[in-house]
Design a protein around this ligand. Structure first.
Ligand code: NDP
Length: 339
């Protein structure tokens, strides 16, 4: 049972050598009499920015699980049930939820979030558009953002797992949407495949305030925040009165021992802006409603989804490290046992 272990707690930018690949030796059997444990064969494993936060000795987030040196990385994944002590699951059920970066995982059945009933779409989608990032974009944008037709929306890390969906949800609502991303290739995809009205490469802009003024001469109604730091500071100067900032992530800050100062917070007052952070788990009860909304859009080709799939657990450490320099192009997924 191959596994990716955390080797040591991490400070600064993560390195591939902070993780190691080993042949683990879990007993591939549900313990006799346990009614709340399942044995999973992991098919696709998700590679997400929050995983870095769990590599701190004192992680600032509480997600119900943490990392410790010598243990496999806990992560979202799509799995097949091999054996179940829990009567709610049976052999060969397809599920998605919280598993581990290994080939087989013995996990509490409570970590399974949902059974997978729809298999006419790629199974890997349940790590992305039909999984945690999809719920993040849906809940954050629709439930908290309350978007209205005609509003002006800005999305950072726009080509990532979450951002590409927020942009498309904004277009479906009739908003004007602009995304920022870290390469010309990503900008082209945003405009030509994902339907953003405009997009720009933030690495090429010496003055982010000027860039935002170019795309939002009347200001921004909704900012979907994925990066933090300098981008947030420039956005604050460009919000419209009563605008909303949905704080989903701040990836530019995750590896810094001292967070970058944001200097324009007073604009929250001047423009009466509502700024709200959130964690996706609050939206899980909406999953059935979300599927009803999104599956027809996927099937009819009205929503596109860009994935960046790499093979095997061996690709895991580089994939995770690469998120912090924009190496991924869309949702990063490890294919472990593709179906
Ligand atoms: P992805 O893993 O798909 O992509 C991350 C992207 O962030 C990279 O590809 C890179 O793209 C960009 N990036 C990396 N470093 C920086 C930097 N220093 N400055 C600006 N951009 C950077 O991301 P997700 O879509 O999965 O996640 C997006 C954000 O949402 C993250 O902050 C994540 O932590 C957060 N999140 C929060 C959740 C919640 O419950 N609140 C749930 C899920 C995600 P580029 O080439 O454009 O630089």
């Amino acid at each position: 049972n191959k596994q990716v272990l955390l080797k040591n707690y991490v400070t600064g930018f993560p390195k591939e050598s902070d993780m190691e690949i080993v042949e683990g030796s879990i007993t591939l059997k549900v313990p006799e009499g346990s009614s709340d444990v399942v044995l999973l064969k992991n098919l696709y494993l998700s590679c997400d920015p929050y995983m870095r936060l769990l590599m701190y000795k004192d992680t600032p987030v509480s997600l119900g699980f943490h990392y410790s040196p010598g243990s496999p990385l806990t992560a979202f994944g799509v799995s097949k049930v091999v054996e179940s002590g829990d009567p709610n699951y049976k052999k060969d059920d397809l599920v998605w939820g919280v598993t581990k970066w290994e080939e087989y995982s013995l996990v509490p059945s409570a970590q399974i979030l949902f059974k997978i009933d729809h298999t006419d779409v790629p199974l890997s989608y349940y790590t992305g558009i039909l999984g945690m990032p999809g719920m993040t974009a849906y809940g954050g944008f629709f439930e908290l953002g309350c978007p209205k037709k005609g509003e002006k929306v800005f999305v950072s890390a726009a080509s990532g797992a979450v951002g590409q969906l927020v942009g498309q949800f904004a277009k479906l609502t009739g908003c004007y949407v602009v995304g920022s991303a870290g390469s010309q290739e990503k900008v082209d995809i945003l405009k030509n495949k994902l339907g953003f009205d405009e997009a720009f490469n933030y690495k090429e802009e010496s003055n982010l305030d000027a860039a935002l003024k170019r795309y939002f001469p009347e200001g921004i109604d909704i900012y979907f925040e994925n990066v933090g730091g300098k981008t947030l500071d420039a956005v604050l100067l460009n919000m419209r009165s009563h605008g909303r900032i949905l704080v989903c992530g701040m990836i530019s800050q995750y590896n810094l021992s001292q967070a970058e100062g944001v200097t324009n917070m007073a604009y929250l007052i001047y423009k009466e802006i509502k700024m709200q952070g959130f964690i996706v788990s609050q939206f899980y009860p909406l999953y059935p409603k979300f599927l009803e909304f999104i599956l027809p859009h996927i099937r009819e080709g009205k929503i596109a989804y860009v994935e960046d799939i790499v093979e095997g657990l061996e690709s895991g450490p580089a994939a995770l490290v690469g998120l912090f320099s924009g190496q991924n192009f869309g949702k990063k997924v490890l294919a472990i046992a593709p179906q």
